[in-house]
Design a protein around this ligand. Structure first.
Ligand SMILES: Nc1ncnc2c1ncn2[C@@H]1O[C@H](COP(=O)(O)OP(=O)(O)OP(=O)(O)O)[C@@H](O)[C@H]1O
Length: 308
């Protein structure tokens, strides 16, 4: 891919806090217009990585190229081309919707008639026109989220960073929010979004799975599922808790977790026949191989350490 087609590139990015390596040798390349996800559990380094990529935090090692320019030394110049929505939305709760938008417009030097027009456009686009005089602190999670997105995009950034943008909203608002992200992506905005929700990660064009600051896998969700290094076996029938306990003790089993009325077992590909391995623990159970999900990829990449 040509350099012009790449919006964001990181090479060997490392950040330490004392003895803790929060981001460990992270490299990535995101094409322009793509929605790229960081999927990882709490503390896996998603926010730290985003802060490094936006220039808010200085890396101990490694480099970042943003929109064709080295980030180091160009943070100020690149600020106007980047949008950043933080986990807690960073709104001024004691200001109205309109005042929040005006304030952010001023920060990004969007002025006069241009600011007025852009704010009016965003109020309509994000369904906030009738709430423009409402204090931001009195709005629902979904409304705050839409306002935060409007603020983050006021200067029409080419690259948008969203740090767990949907953790405080219900499924309907999450769905609506993602539709808006695809509108932005279709208009050419490159988006990096962090999440710990599998269904959100699955919507991304491409994603990185992070654990303890290390990138465990990287690719399109479908590719990751197809190239997974484990078999997925489903078992249904009686006494699944007991079956789970028994199969979990096998060294070839990465994880076993109950989903509704079946058990989903991940078996390492070092085994020739995963079903034959598990059959001795099944009685009158139905057992068979199934297609992997993104959650299975996540579990196999992280060695089953983040599921019960
Ligand atoms: N300023 C800091 N000083 C010391 N340790 C930090 C600092 N910022 C982050 N950390 C640590 O770095 C690790 C990664 O944190 P980070 O917030 O990047 O993870 P995360 O994946 O975004 O987590 P979450 O999903 O909970 O937001 C954690 O162990 C955290 O405690």
């Amino acid at each position: 891919m040509s350099q012009a087609a790449i919006a964001l590139q990181a090479q060997g990015l490392t950040k330490r806090f004392g003895k803790l390596t929060a981001v460990d040798n992270l490299s990535l390349s995101i094409p322009r217009g793509a929605i790229y996800g960081f999927l990882g559990p709490n503390g896996s380094g998603k926010s730290t990585a985003i802060r490094l990529l936006t220039g808010l935090l200085i890396a101990d090692e490694g480099g970042v190229t943003v929109l064709g320019q080295s980030l180091a030394g160009h943070e100020e110049a690149l600020k106007s081309r980047i949008g950043y929505m933080t986990q807690k939305f960073s709104l001024f709760e004691n200001l109205t919707v309109l005042e929040n938008l005006r304030f952010v417009a001023a920060i990004y030097c969007v002025k006069g008639a241009q600011a007025k027009q852009r704010i009016e456009q965003l109020l309509v686009l994000y369904g906030l026109a009738h709430r423009q005089h409402q204090l931001a602190g009195t709005m629902s999670g979904g409304q705050k989220q839409r306002l935060a997105l409007a603020c983050a995009t006021i200067h029409q950034p080419e690259l948008l960073f969203l740090d767990e943008p949907t953790s405080a909203v219900d499924p309907e608002n999450r769905r609506d929010f993602w539709e808006r992200l695809f509108d932005l992506s279709a208009a050419g905005t490159t988006i990096l979004v962090s999440t710990h929700y599998m269904d959100e990660a699955e919507r991304c064009h491409s994603l990185a799975i992070l654990e303890h600051g290390i990138k465990r896998a990287d690719g399109a969700p479908r590719e990751l599922m197809q190239s997974m290094s484990a078999y997925v076996v489903e078992i249904s029938g009686e006494s699944l808790r007991q079956v789970k306990q028994q199969v979990s003790a096998l060294p070839q089993v990465i994880s076993a977790a109950q989903v509704g009325n079946h058990l989903r077992v991940l078996v390492t590909k070092s085994v020739a026949d995963a079903v034959s391995l598990l059959v001795p623990f099944c009685d009158n159970h139905d057992i068979g191989l199934v297609r992997p999900s993104l959650e299975d990829v996540f579990v196999s990449c992280t060695g089953g350490r983040h599921v019960g």
